[in-house]
Design a protein around this ligand. Sequence first.
Ligand code: HEC
Ligand code: HEC
Ligand code: HEC
Ligand code: HEC
Length: 187
Amino acid sequence: MKRFSWRVMLGFMFVSSFLLLQGLNAQYVAAGKCRACHLPQTKSWEQTRMSKAFELLKPGVSADVKRAHSLDPDKDYTHDSNCLSCHVTGYGQAGGFVSLEKTPNLVGVQCEACHGPGAGYLKPEMMSLQNKEYKRSELVATGLVVPTAATCQQCHNKKSPFFKPFDFSTRVHEGTHVHEPLKYKHD
Ligand code: HEC
Ligand code: HEC
Ligand code: HEC
Ligand code: HEC
C-alpha cells in the first residue's frame, strides 16, 4: 500500500511538471522583450495599424465603418470572444491573451502573433546574442514561426467582418514592419 501511493505520487509529479514545462514553452512574452535586439522592426511595427488593432474593439472607435458592417458602434467589443481571436496576441493559446485585465501586455497583433510564442526560443542556447548563428530548424522546433501566407490567413479570412482580399507579398510590405536582411547564417 505504501509503495503504491509513492508510485502514484511520483507519477503525478512527473505529469504535472511535464504539463508545466509545456505551458512554459508556449508562453507569450510580449513585444517589449523583442525590442532591444530588434529595434528597427519594433519601432516600425509600433507605427502599424496591427499594433493598435485592439483599439478598434472599443466603443465609439471607427464608428462609421462598424455601422456600415452592421455592428453596433457604441458596443464594447473588448471582451467579445468573436472579435478577440484576431485583435490580440495568442488568444486561446497557452500563455496567451486572456483578458484586458489579466494580460494587458498582449493586446493588439504583436510580434508573437506572427512569429510564435517567444518563451521557447528566447533562451541563451537558442535565439540570443551568445548564439547569433542559431540553427533555424532548432528554433522552429521550439515555437519560432517564419511567417507565410497561412500565418496571416489565420486572421485575414472571411470570418472577419471586415475581410478584404489578401495578397501576401503586397501586404507584408504594407502592414508588418521594416525588413532588414539577416546578418548571420542559420542553416
Ligand atoms: C477572423 C479574424 C477577425 C475577427 C473574428 C474579427 N476581426 Fe476585425 N479585422 C480583422 C482583420 C484581418 C482586419 C483588417 C482587414 C483588412 O484590412 O484586410 C480587421 C479590421 C477591423 C476593423 C477596421 C475596419 C476598417 O476598415 O477600418 C474593425 C473596426 C474591426 N476589425 C472590428 C472587429 C469587431 C468589432 C469584431 C467582432 C465583432 C471583429 N473585428 C472580429 C480580423 C478579424
Ligand atoms: C492575429 C491576427 C492577425 C494576424 C496573424 C495578421 N493580421 Fe494583419 N491585421 C489584423 C487586424 C485585426 C488588422 C486591422 C487593423 C486595422 O485596420 O486598424 C490587420 C491589418 C492588416 C493590414 C492593414 C494595415 C494597414 O496599415 O493598412 C495589413 C497590410 C496586414 N494586416 C498584413 C498582414 C500580414 C502580411 C500578415 C502575416 C504576415 C498579417 N497581417 C497577420 C490581424 C492580423
Ligand atoms: C503581422 C505579422 C508580423 C508581425 C506582427 C511582426 N512580424 Fe516580423 N516578420 C513578418 C514577416 C512576414 C517576416 C518575413 C519577411 C520576409 O520573408 O522577408 C518578418 C521578419 C522578421 C525578422 C527577420 C528580419 C527582417 O527584418 O525581415 C525579424 C527579426 C522580425 N520579423 C522581428 C519582429 C519583431 C521584433 C516584431 C514585433 C515588434 C515583429 N517581427 C512583428 C511578420 C510580422
Ligand atoms: C537577446 C537578443 C534577442 C532577442 C531578445 C530577440 N531576438 Fe530575435 N534574433 C536575434 C538574433 C541575434 C537574430 C539573428 C539576426 C541575424 O541573423 O541578423 C534574431 C532573429 C530573429 C528572427 C529571424 C528568424 C529567421 O531565422 O528567419 C525573427 C523572426 C526574430 N528574431 C523574432 C524575434 C521575436 C519575435 C522576439 C521577441 C519575442 C525576438 N526575436 C527577441 C536576437 C534576439
